[in-house]
Design a protein around this ligand. Structure first.
Ligand code: SF4
Length: 327
């Protein structure tokens, strides 16, 4: 058994001060961390419980955007009137994730920090996992890799990020606000999660001791949006491929588009080239297919997941058509 201490933070300053100590993890709802601890994947020396910090509000920002506190549950965020009316893409993504029970517990900050569901990462009987034990290899490269990445992977790790919420936040140009030993900073969502490279043990660009305090959304500008999640069963399953599609229209033409993919990479994957192709186009199959093909340029499939390259393109076309109201 791995011994650890537990403390409840009384305020943000105390949490950050204590969180900076070596071996310390922040504990929110614990829907992922406690499983990882029980399996021996994570072995913190100290837990700082941040669930009582005043970070559970959703508030409008002066510029018309929205601030979602790090401790707002996924269920509360998904059903909040300002989210459902202005950012339905985010609400749809949240409701597609996990189960009702988990959404009642899981928090905004914790959702971003959940770790990959690669089965080799969770199974400590497999010695080869660079994310769990750096330098040990990657069992998924030659093993079962149906759920794994087709974009941005490395020969050290081909895991994918499991969050649906993060995919919508990437499409919506959200910003993650953090507080840490060196003060506060804001990290654009697209830079928050990392590609694996040679250091797959690092999922994010957070520094040790930094605590997520909120996620900020810019003013809503996309009148049409849709989150499509394709998975092996209808609920309580992680995405094979998901697409967050948002469109700002100018009459019949797309003025601006946002396309982000889940289930395909170590981070939510913004399809920037696709967005460029869509800008100025009508919602027609030829431009949608061209945009979809651009999204998977450079994609690489492995033994069990090559189908994802075609699936991702079909999903992008379908998500854009549905967002645009084209039957
Ligand atoms: Fe570990 Fe990543 Fe390989 Fe999975 S894909 S076994 S998480 S290194």
């Amino acid at each position: 058994m791995n011994s650890f201490t537990y403390e409840r933070a009384s305020n943000l300053e105390a949490a950050v001060r204590e969180g900076a100590r070596a071996g310390t993890y922040y504990l929110g709802a614990g829907t992922n961390l406690l499983d990882l601890m029980k399996g021996g994947v994570e072995r913190p020396l100290r837990l700082i419980d941040v669930t009582r910090l005043p970070l559970a509000e959703i508030e409008e920002l002066p510029d018309g955007g929205l601030r979602i506190g790090a401790m707002v549950t996924n269920a509360d965020a998904a059903s909040h009137p300002l989210v459902t009316s202005r950012y339905p893409l985010l609400s749809q993504a949240l409701l597609s994730g996990a189960s009702g029970q988990l959404r009642n517990m899981a928090t905004t900050g914790g959702n971003l920090l959940q770790r990959t569901r690669c089965s080799y990462f969770y199974d400590t009987a497999f010695s080869a996992c660079n994310k769990r034990r750096p330098g040990s290899g990657c069992a998924a490269l030659e093993g079962y890799n149906r759920m794994h990445a087709i974009l941005g992977a490395s020969d050290k790790c081909i895991a994918v990020h499991p969050s649906d919420m993060a995919v919508a936040l990437a499409a919506l140009d959200a910003t993650v606000r953090v507080s840490g030993p060196n003060g506060e900073r804001a990290i654009p969502m697209r830079d928050f999660h990392r590609l694996p490279g040679d250091t797959p043990q690092q999922d994010t660009t957070l520094e040790h001791g930094e605590l997520i305090t909120s996620v900020d959304l810019p003013p809503s500008r996309f009148s049409k949006a849709y989150y499509l999640k394709l998975r092996d069963r209808a609920s309580y399953a992680f995405a094979l491929v998901s697409v967050a599609a948002a469109l700002e229209m100018d009459g019949e033409r797309i003025k601006a588009a946002r396309v982000a993919l889940g289930g395909v990479a170590h981070k939510p994957w913004r399809a920037m080239r696709s967005e460029e192709i869509l800008a100025g186009s009508a919602i027609q199959d030829d431009s949608l297919r061209k945009a979809a093909a651009a999204a998977v340029e450079g994609a690489k499939g492995y033994r069990d997941n090559k189908f994802k390259i075609e699936l991702a393109q079909r999903a992008i076309v379908r998500a854009l058509r549905t967002a645009g109201g084209v039957a």
